[in-house]
Design a protein. Sequence first.
Length: 202
Amino acid sequence: MSVGDRAGRRPADTGRARTFTVDERARVPFALVGVLLLVTSSAYAAGLAEQGLVGEDRRVERAVERVDADATAALRSAAREAAHDAAAAPVTRPPEGNGPAAEAVREGSAFEDAFRIRLALAGAEALRAVERDHGTVTANASLPPVDSADDLAAARDRVRVEPAANGTATRVTFEGVATTATRSGRTVVNRTRSRTVTVAVP
């Protein structure tokens, strides 16, 4: 059956076949695009955060490394000073009485005990000046304080001395050297180690 126009004419045949093109290319839903953008932005933000943490960790590491180096130098200087003081004014006998000082400087080892106490006092004083700032990070080193005669025996026991270099030097080990680092007021490093230095015999 043919359908013409109102005048009864048949539609003209152009002789060309009509074709329909189907676009089969994949189309990504907009919702999925949004999810991908969200994931990508989250990963990017996480990467930036990690970089920030790494940067902060490096600041802590650098501050602690500098404090470690400064602490060793300060203890070496303190040991040298204490050795000169011990040679200039040697203690050859314990103090009289039965108080804490007499317990710290004992009969038979008075010179060594007094020398070790001198080292502990000089080391603690020297470390008071050891501090480093790196950005928001602050690091320092310290020895337990000696506030009274009651602390002398403990201070003596934190220091060991032994001859070195065929008796021409003294090797000194300070026990209980604390290294502390804080970041924006929060402690991030708190460790205690022994430090050994060697100084010439005066």
